[in-house]
Design a protein around this ligand. Structure first.
Ligand code: ADP
Ligand code: MG
Length: 149
């Protein structure tokens, strides 16, 4: 299942992330793609807020992984720098775990990802407008439907 959405502004992005935050489950894998500044980290911040996480969520670009312990833990990765390195820093320990795993630049570790996952591709259309392609297989199909509007 695959849908395309136009997101007007950051508030609109927040609405979408909040909707998704109510449908997460242990082992959830969310893959994000999009140019620098597209809004991958911003989306994750809103998702975390929707999950009830009160810690400040900021970019894991330099650390690769940030862990937010919570009822449903959030594992936030930015694997941009792992491209071509081959090593996966034991990230699979978090990808196949009982939390929610959000991976920015997921293509860089594609082989380490499960077959079923939710993928959101964010394209920049203007200062605040974004075009989203959302794709999900298996248990994620219903989630894609829930995000449609
Ligand atoms: N609709 C929108 N959704 C997300 N971010 C937006 C939007 N409109 C403007 N922005 C801005 O774009 C930037 C996105 O940055 P960031 O989330 O760090 O991107 P990425 O992680 O994809 O590099 C932020 O400065 C944010 O305020
Ligand atoms: Mg980012």
């Amino acid at each position: 299942m695959r849908i395309e959405l136009t997101v007007r502004d950051q508030e609109d992005m927040k609405t979408l992330a909040t909707t998704l935050s109510k449908r997460l489950f242990p082992g959830f894998v969310l893959c994000l793609e999009g140019d620098l500044g597209a809004g991958k980290t911003t989306f994750t911040k809103y998702l975390g807020k929707g999950m009830g996480i009160t810690d400040t969520i900021n970019s894991p670009t330099f650390t690769i992984l940030k862990i937010y312990e919570h009822d449903l833990p959030l594992y936030h990765m930015d694997v941009y720098r792992l491209d071509g390195i081959g090593a996966d820093y034991d990230l699979e320990e978090y990808i196949y775990a009982d939390g929610v795993c959000v991976i920015e630049w997921y293509h860089h570790i594609y082989d380490s990802l499960p077959d079923d996952k939710l993928i959101i591709d964010i394209a920049i259309r203007g200062a605040t407008e974004r075009h989203l392609t959302i794709e999900g297989t298996g248990v994620y199909e219903d989630i894609v439907k829930a995000l449609d509007r």
